[in-house]
Design a protein around this ligand. Structure first.
Ligand SMILES: Cc1cc2nc3c(=O)[nH]c(=O)nc-3n(C[C@H](O)[C@H](O)[C@H](O)COP(=O)(O)OP(=O)(O)OC[C@H]3O[C@@H](n4cnc5c(N)ncnc54)[C@H](O)[C@@H]3O)c2cc1C
Length: 491
């Protein structure tokens, strides 16, 4: 196996945690390589979750979850401007509909205050209903957290990774870690189908597979169990139903089924919480959907089911200890875990990254700040957000912006081409979708899918049969039908 390169740090896993870690380490004079087994980043838990920027009142005080949630929320609000992150501080409400739940809100307020969450406030029934008139008549009060909000989780991961690449990090996709080299009780590198990478340190940010990755290095100090959460997403016509993130009073295992706007103006309900044993099972179930529909209706009775546009499910990576595991392996040198990162792991990611960098420094990695570090990404063109005069100017400069490919979301060919050619750009149809929103609208890619496929083939200079939807082998076309169609890279 060729020794393709040497790195100071190899990060295993390109979800929000791996991407945030890559960007954090890019601030130092280090050779950093991020490895992702899928053709694109943000394809694990980071692509299917509630996308809430949690304020931080839920986790037990003193836990890593609590500490890193509150810090992550603060860091994301700072990162928003630098990276153009899609975050909106809608505020979040935890609604009580019984006296027991009202008492539980009092506990939550105490917990949030201990965790250092700013601005928490109890609202009376009248105040809540004035804010959210579509809530159930049974509403008795709510806890308001002004620093709660909604965000694009994959948008954040991709922006962090892009900034990391702009600052010298190497990202290798389609590159699973299959084995570790260990010598003298210390990890010395990782094996991948793209070659061996020698490393001083390996960061394990492999999400649902972080226990399997850890075992590859000889560390079985923790295990991960998947816990499924299902969702229904609604068309933008349902967007006026709620304007804040609306939670029920939480249970012991979950924050409960919520009703929430999305950053892009849709609305969703979910998730439930179902322990399962298959870390790849993201199918929705009739029973699960019925559970979230009735759960959401307890908060907001008028859920417009006829406006639903898709359903999906995500898997929480529940660690055996319950809390996040962020620190050195107890079994093998050179390995640092960011594992068991269940909710609020999206919010906490920049704080987890900060902690990982501190741990690596404590373990002896030379952390010399990089003078040339540029914290910003150039602004991304979002055609449908521009004033008409600027749209016209752009189309004159580049006619590709005058060709609307996704009609539901008004996404132009210019934006798709830019997404393909950006650092760590899109290589798959879903990669284009997550970067531009082409295919995210009411028709869910029914109309624009074939056109995006042709653009990917043309821009990546690959045959149509080489274009993938999402995962490693998700090819859409297998062969030409002789005499019926001619399929090639220029189609
Ligand atoms: C239902 C649900 C709701 C949630 N809601 C919220 C919320 O509202 N707010 C919030 O803050 N958090 C929320 N979370 C939690 C949040 O989504 C996760 O904590 C976060 O996405 C975890 O990111 P990650 O990078 O650790 O994992 P992942 O995104 O799963 O990334 C791990 C990556 O590692 C890769 N990988 C695995 N094995 C290998 C290998 N051998 N080699 C190379 N790569 C490998 C995977 O392909 C994957 O891309 C929710 C989670 C779920 C499931």
């Amino acid at each position: 196996m060729p020794n393709i390169r040497k790195a100071d740090v190899v990060i295993v896993g390109g979800g929000i945690v791996g991407a945030a870690a890559a960007r954090e380490l890019a601030k130092y004079n280090l050779d950093v390589v991020l490895l992702e087994k899928h053709p694109d980043l943000a394809m694990g838990t980071t692509k299917a979750n509630s996308a809430i920027l949690h304020a931080g009142f839920d986790a037990p005080p003193g836990s890593l979850k609590a500490l890193l949630n509150v810090r992550g929320n603060e860091l994301f609000r700072k990162l928003q401007a630098d990276l153009g992150l899609e975050i909106r501080l809608t505020g979040s409400l935890v609604v009580a509909t019984s006296d027991e739940e009202l008492a539980a809100l009092g506990e939550l307020l105490k917990r949030g205050t201990l965790n250092g969450v700013p601005g928490l406030k109890m609202l009376s029934r009248e105040e809540v209903l004035a804010l959210e008139p579509n809530l159930t008549e049974k509403t008795l009060g709510a806890l308001l957290a002004p620093t709660g909000g909604v965000m694009s989780p994959f948008g954040a991961a991709l922006a962090l990774a892009e900034n990391a690449v702009r600052n010298g990090v190497t990202v290798l996709r389609d590159c699973p870690v299959t084995a570790f080299e260990v010598a003298g009780g210390r990890v010395t590198g990782v094996r991948t189908p793209q070659g061996f990478i020698a490393a001083k340190f390996v960061v394990n940010a492999a999400g649902l597979a972080s226990d399997a990755v850890s075992r590859l290095a000889g560390d079985d100090s923790f295990s991960i169990s998947p816990r499924k959460g299902e969702y229904v997403l609604f068309d933008k016509q349902a967007s006026s139903l709620v304007s804040t993130v609306v939670f029920p009073t939480p249970t012991k295992i979950s924050k409960g089924i919520l009703v929430s706007p999305t950053f892009h103006g849709n609305m969703f309900i979910g998730p439930n919480a179902m322990d399962c044993c298959d870390a790849t099972d993201t199918e929705t179930t009739a029973a699960g959907l019925a559970e979230i529909i009735s759960g959401a209706a307890r908060l907001v009775p008028s859920i417009p089911l006829n406006a639903s546009i898709t359903q999906f499910a995500g898997l929480r990576a529940v660690g055996s200890g319950g809390d996040f595991i962020v620190g050195p392996s107890p079994a093998v040198g050179g390995l640092v875990h960011a594992a068991g990162i269940q909710s609020p792991g999206l919010t906490a990611a920049p704080a987890i990254a900060e902690r990982l960098a501190a741990v690596l420094g404590e373990l002896g990695l030379a952390m010399t700040p990089k003078r040339s570090f540029d914290p910003q990404n150039p602004p991304r063109i979002v055609f449908n957000a521009l004033p008409a005069a600027e749209q016209e100017e752009l189309v004159c400069e580049n006619p590709l912006f005058g060709r609307v490919i996704c009609r539901c979301e008004t996404i132009t060919e210019g934006e798709i081409v830019a997404a393909i050619h950006s650092p760590c750009g899109a290589r798959t149809i879903d990669g284009v979708k997550r970067r531009t929103r082409a295919g995210m609208g009411r028709c869910q890619g029914g109309f624009c899918g074939p056109r995006v496929t042709a653009i990917l083939a043309r821009e990546l200079k690959i045959p149509i049969t080489g274009v993938r939807k999402d995962t490693a082998a998700s090819y859409l076309f297998f062969a030409k039908i002789p005499g019926v169609c001619e399929v090639n890279g220029n189609a």
